[in-house]
Design a protein around this ligand. Sequence first.
Ligand code: NAD
Length: 465
Amino acid sequence: MTTLVNPADGRTVADVPDTPAGEVAAVVQTAREAFEQWREATPGERARVLLRLADLVEGDAEELTRLEVEETGKPAAVFRDGELPFAIDNLRFFAGAARSLEGTGAGVLSKGYTSVLVRRPIGVVGSISPWNFPFIMAVWKAGPALAAGNAVVIKPAPRTPRTTLRLAELFAAAGAPDGLLQVVTGGADVGQALVTDPGVDMVSVTGSTETGRAVMRGAVDGLKRVHLELGGKAPALVFADAALEHMAAGVVMGATYNTGQDCTAATRVYIDRSRYGEAVEALRDALSRVRPGDPWEADSDIGPLISAEHRDRVDGFVRRASGRVVWGGAPIDGPGFYYTPTLIADADQSSEIVQSEIFGPVLVAVPFDGEDEAVRLANDTPYGLASSVWSADVSRALRVSHRLDVGVTWVNDHLPIASEAPHGGVKGSGFGKDMSQEAVQEYSVTRHLMIKHAAPEARDSFRPA
Ligand code: NAD
């Protein structure tokens, strides 16, 4: 049993039973049976079920908002008016993508043979998700895999399981075969039981880099396909010609959205030395306007951190930090697990505060001299997920962005995403893409059908291509 705690006030919200690790195999077996039906569904049939699911999610907005806000403490308006409509748009995109998952007709590649390429589902996908965006992550995991014709067993993070459980209920109500999307609950042991189950053909995890390694190790014996969306430590590169107020507003939004518990959060601001002082001041001003507060109050910009332990962890990073605290730097008193938005200037590049993923509303500022140094510092962490470049010079912004080892670079903004655009990292941030047609492709395999069309007596037509 896991007791869920509301991070905004520390009160118990609900008790959710954990799935015994020994029962995961039976869940996977049911998923295999559902897969055998679903793989025969036409793309149009799959799309219709996903579109009905999107409508049911839309109709369930109030309940989903209550569950997500109770478990994460994020502002209700942020979820209801932002993340939830986005997740619905994701589902509608995946429904459309199911119908355009085409292999190419490859033509006559060897004399006497016609080749056809078809995309087929992989089987049962075991998915593991984190607590920072519980509902969106469940949609990003389940949506493309189901669109491609797979069955999915998903394990949400132990602190935030209920919107994922609700998604599976709504999916069943949308007319999906029984057992096609199932949820197992619990911690790492249940996650490992899923990853190592021989009935699971592919594993997909969004979580920390360390968890990604553990999942990959668990998938080795079965040689399973692995999809890893892991941690991040996004740099924001501010050049001398950037509009500083605009930059400060965008970087601070990027650093504090979801209380910084975001793998793409702006965490390191590198600023051209000629405007360093001004930029740090602009960042401090913007940060001072961010209002942590009750998730149900309309004027709250950010909620608490996910737990008391996580708040202590964030505070530990800040206390040990190199550099000077320009703003914030302390927990906020009260029953919830709030932390002040924090800016640390003059941090040392090799220090922990610059190198490690903190997952809190903490921004570090470091000066640079010239483009080459900016790029070198930006690339100098184990991660490679997101980044932003702030400059009025579009040539420079493009030039610099091409040199960054990351999955996404925003120019003069930080954070926006779209259902059509692939999301995923390189280096310690993992591999594989969420959203977009690429995600649907990742949950499918290309098969080659080679059909002999030569007359039966033509025996000499085979030769290696
Ligand atoms: P976490 O790694 O602690 O847990 C993620 C999930 O993995 C949970 O469901 C957890 O129970 C499970 N898990 C943990 N250890 C496991 C193991 N050994 N085997 C199998 N499953 C295991 O991460 P978190 O604290 O829930 O989430 C925060 C992390 O997620 C951050 O590092 C963040 O950057 C990352 N994240 C990445 C993306 C992305 O798209 N790249 C998006 C959101 C979050």
